[in-house]
Design a protein. Structure first.
Length: 139
């Protein structure tokens, strides 16, 4: 086999070009697969995540009033501008706003991770996997 390859009289330039082409093809295929199927930021994952967010947004719009305010942690990016949103941060002033809205009879909802148990003043509206929409009632 070695005799056959050596008898073909490859030039060094041809071998260098072949090796360079093989390396470039490998890099291209590896990069393509990483961009398309990356587990965290691949285009296929992003496409699926956007579809999930669109479905959740449609469910939220369907189950809430136009003047409703949604209290949420991360979902504010895809709920707004369809509904008003209060970002549920760690700052206590976020919670003070709920009392003001409740006094003005503005419907208040919470959208986020599903509660493991029933919590007083929160009525479940729908469950979407690990996220749920709850209506806040201060009765």
């Amino acid at each position: 086999m070695a005799w056959f390859i050596s008898s073909l009289n490859f030039s060094k330039k041809w071998i260098n070009n072949l090796i360079t082409t093989v390396i470039l093809i490998f890099i291209f295929i590896h990069s393509y697969l990483l961009v398309m199927t990356g587990p965290e930021e691949g285009l296929i994952k992003i496409k699926n995540d956007l579809r999930i967010y669109q479905n959740r947004t449609q469910k939220i719009i369907k189950h809430t009033e136009e003047n409703a305010v949604i209290v949420t942690g991360r979902a504010d990016k895809y709920i707004f501008p369809y509904r008003q949103v209060i970002y549920l941060g760690k700052e206590p002033q976020s919670y003070d706003k709920l009392d003001i809205l409740d006094e003005k009879n503005i419907p208040i909802y919470y959208f986020g991770f599903t509660f493991k148990e029933d919590i007083e003043d929160y009525i479940p509206i729908f469950n979407d996997g690990d996220h749920s929409l709850y209506k806040y009632t201060n009765d």
